[in-house]
Design a protein around this ligand. Sequence first.
Ligand SMILES: *Cc1c(COP(=O)(O)O)cnc(C)c1O
Length: 396
Amino acid sequence: MTKSSDPGVNAAYGIATRLSHAGRSHSPDMPFVNVPVVRASTVLFEDVHAMHAPETKYHYGRRGTPTSEALTDAMNELEGAAGTVLAPSGLAAISVALLSCLSAGDHLLVSDTAYRPTRGVCNGVLKRLGIETTYFDPGLGAGIEALFKPNTKAVFTEAPGSLTFEMMDIPAIAEVAHRHGATVLMDNTWATPLFFKPLDHGVDLSIMAATKYVVGHSDAMIGTVAANARAWPALKATYGDLGMFTGPDDMWLALRGLRTMAVRLERHQKSTLAVARWMQDQPAVERVLYPALPDDPGHAIWKRDFCGASGLFGVILKPCSKDAIAAMLDGLDLFGLGYSWGGFESLAIPCDMSGIRTATKWDLDTPLLRFHIGLEDPKDLIADLKAGFDRLAARG
Ligand SMILES: *Cc1c(COP(=O)(O)O)cnc(C)c1O
């Protein structure tokens, strides 16, 4: 074995080892630990023969560079995928994945708990192209079969679901979908392949907003779609036809994030469990929505299929005024008020559920908050939240 071979490809290694090494290679003329940021549009060829030779690796900036290749190699390894594409955002990754397996006249099933902009793609672009969407109750499991039509070509899942953290029985849904010849997609941003490997549980297209935990520092936007061998040819072709690519700096930031992702997620998980358990004991709290908690309705499925929980969870409060919630959140010292998540920093938002549940009911008067627990010391976060609950109680 020479020093330039890549230990990342050895499947016997643990995931933290592979994340440290995946997608890296070095040689005497490129001896650096990290792959460079290759900025490229035009690629120059040695001669006319090389322009068409099958062994020529690079052809044009959009069709792949050493930077994009390092990231897709690493993602293939992390996901156990036949191939991965890199989109300019998580939402673009969702769009290209859906467009790769749907055509005019097809029917699509989407979890009622899907990330709100995913509904935008379905109700907008896909509808305009003649693709019909039916939203389904995430709790259906194998019962989803009743919703299949002869033209159902894809099932889009997300677990735990956005905002309400409801779990889904992915293997049961995948089994039904495959029996009907449909492709199974999953938005796996919450767990990442470190805590749930979609392709090992029957999913064909595993989607991630790498913007969140892969990048990990709230400073780049990027999405990934990893495909199994069955779904890869169509994904690759659609991605190429649409002319999608991603900026080299963003790819490089994602590669950098991958190297520390295992330790970051371990810490996010530990701190989040501590904060979520503390939250359960607060008098203003009705229920904490986090499948890693033993009394969460999704806990059994989570425990069966997942091997960890990340830093995002929801909290249903007992009835209180909007002013009281604002007083609680506005005064937080360590929690930023911001969308997105997955960075090193803690965040909080009040959730607006209006218009995003159509297959199942959600009481719109229930006050719902979402927290992301960052890498700060959990005791400081808890003290900050405690002061927040005091402000909430003072306003009523
Ligand atoms: C943020 C997010 C996305 C979209 O990612 P962007 O990079 O912001 O486009 C998709 N799905 C989930 C669950 C998300 O939280």
